[in-house]
Design a protein around this ligand. Structure first.
Ligand SMILES: Cc1ncc(COP(=O)(O)O)c(C=O)c1O
Length: 505
């Protein structure tokens, strides 16, 4: 490091405290190939912000500095002018240039912030993963490449708040064939995933403070979006037929909306029965409320045909339908959509325009190509088989390796399953076992809000190689067995005695 001492201060009465200003012209704060005036400016800034030249102290006379550094006089003049312009120095006629009394912070000097953000789920048994099929990825890349090459006028301006009409039309076709839902592409709005669509829709139909029914247990991310907008979630318990509408009526008859996952309740996996669906729609009509149907994984049905979507039964009158490509293609795409009752198209479009105007259309074109070319359907057929096998392997490994301790109902749909302990087990047992096994996924308790949580796990089986799935299931099962206290041992803070059941309940 070449340090240039500037002995200009030695005889200055104003700076008896300091005899020299070491100027580092080669440190990392100096851009090596920049002009000499810029390098000098950076070195002086560094000395000032580093406290080497203190507020109020004089800077070396320009001629002295030019001589000592070997830079031209006008380079020194320019560097000083910039220091003055940026507020690091002040010039006093006849006395020279001084370090300013108050020094502005430089962007590069601001301390690095360490803000803790919740990391996305990764690792063994994580939810939110998908199998990335190489062929599907190739097709997507080639469609996206073609779209990129044709990038032109239509992408260069502001667009429709609902997103690309081409993709909306392709989605309308998909919804009709896959979910029996007939809607016009104009009723569809694209968003960067379900959560984003949910936030926009909530902003259009409810105001902060309004009540909204939510399933308990339920999907925590939706719950966060609801709470973040200042709505009052009303926890409505779920049984084997889905959300208990009568409980919702008793708790908050005049709520403005209900958020439900009727085709595959998250996380329990139950399918909302037809009587319940009709009951929910009756309430919505009576209360002039809306039902938000999150149909997040109905493309992955393993046994039998899915029930018609709630929106299909309702003909998009009071039901807002939400779908996503996060599971059918890749979560990183960030494309989801909602199908809206006609009367909501105006308000939701206005709310969207007010939030982020409209979505980028480039990748939407490539997703439309996937749907229209049949590549989307081919990928679904392929990964459905892969997921079915992964589901079976995970369920059977958990049951066998836990010697029947864990009850693992095999879900008929979706990309996750629930493994439960006997309900009398302290939920802490599940927490301890999960930590010990070092797996991702969720504790079942994390999806409960007011209802007393059941002990167990919510585990993803999609996008994990089978050997890894087996190994992590075995670890979790063994850790679950080990985490149980000896039968009859006092259970601190728990729900009572813990039995070690021989068979799954
Ligand atoms: C219940 C539920 N809804 C929706 C989604 C998809 O959310 P997004 O489209 O915001 O990625 C998921 C993803 O895991 C989910 O579990």
């Amino acid at each position: 490091m070449r340090k240039i001492p500037t002995n200009f201060l030695a005889n200055s009465p104003a700076t008896r405290r300091k005899a020299e200003l070491p100027l580092d012209l080669d440190g990392p704060h100096v851009t090596a190939d920049a002009s000499s005036q810029h390098r000098l400016y950076q070195a002086l800034c560094h000395a000032i912000t580093g406290g080497i030249a203190k507020p109020g102290e004089p800077l070396p006379p320009q001629r002295t500095l030019a001589k000592q550094t070997g830079f031209r006089r006008n380079a020194v003049t320019s560097a000083y002018e910039r220091l003055i312009a940026d507020g690091f120095a002040v010039a006093t006629v006849g006395s020279g240039t001084f370090v300013a009394a108050r020094i502005p912070a430089r962007a590069s000097d601001t301390r690095k912030t360490r803000i803790a953000i919740e990391a996305p789920q990764q690792g063994a048994l994580a939810l939110g993963c998908t199998h990335i099929d190489e062929r599907a990825l190739q097709r997507f890349r080639s469609f996206a490449g073609r779209r990129m090459r044709a990038f032109g006028a239509e992408h260069l301006q502001y667009g429709d708040p609902r997103g690309s009409r081409e993709l909306r039309a392709a989605i309308a076709d998909h919804l009709l064939s896959a979910r029996g839902l007939r809607c016009d592409p104009d009723q569809i709005m694209l968003a960067s995933g379900t959560q984003h669509a949910l936030r926009i829709v909530l902003g259009a139909i409810l105001k902060p403070g309004d009540q909204i029914w939510c399933e308990d247990p339920g999907y925590p991310a939706a719950r966060r979006a609801i709470g973040h907008y200042g709505l009052r979630p009303v926890s409505v318990p779920v049984d084997g037929s889905g959300m208990i509408v009568a409980r919702g009526r008793a708790l908050a008859p005049a709520a403005g909306a209900a958020y439900v996952t009727p085709s595959h309740q998250f996380p329990l996996g139950v399918q909302m029965s037809m009587p319940r669906r009709l009951e929910l729609l009756d309430w919505a009509r009576e209360a002039s409320a809306f039902v938000i149907e999150d149909d997040y994984d109905s493309e992955f049905r393993y046994d039998g045909a899915p029930l018609l979507s709630l929106a299909g039964i309702d003909h998009l009158s009071r039901v807002i339908y939400m779908g996503t490509f996060a599971k059918t293609l890749f979560p990183g795409l960030r494309i989801g959509y909602c199908a809206l009752p006609e009367r909501l198209v105006g308000p939701v479009t206005t709310a969207r325009a007010a939030l982020d105007r409209f979505p980028g259309t480039l990748l939407e074109g490539a997703v439309a190509d996937m749907l229209n070319s049949g590549a989307f359907a081919a990928n679904l057929r392929k990964v459905r088989g892969i997921y079915r096998e992964a589901r079976d392997v995970l369920a059977s490994t958990l049951s066998a390796a836990s010697e029947g301790l864990l009850s693992v109902p095999v879900p008929s749909q979706g990309l996750h399953l629930v493994a439960r302990f006997d309900p009398s087990t302290d939920p802490q047992v599940a927490a301890n076992a999960k930590t010990k096994a070092g797996v991702a996924g969720w504790l079942l308790a994390e999806t409960y809000f007011r209802v007393r949580p059941l002990p167990g796990f919510v585990l993803g089986f999609a996008g994990h190689p089978l050997p890894q799935l087996i190994a992590s299931a075995e670890r979790l099962a063994k850790a679950s067995l080990a985490a149980l206290p000896i039968s009859g041992k006092p259970n601190k803070g728990g729900t009572g005695k813990i039995k070690r059941p021989k068979t799954a309940t």
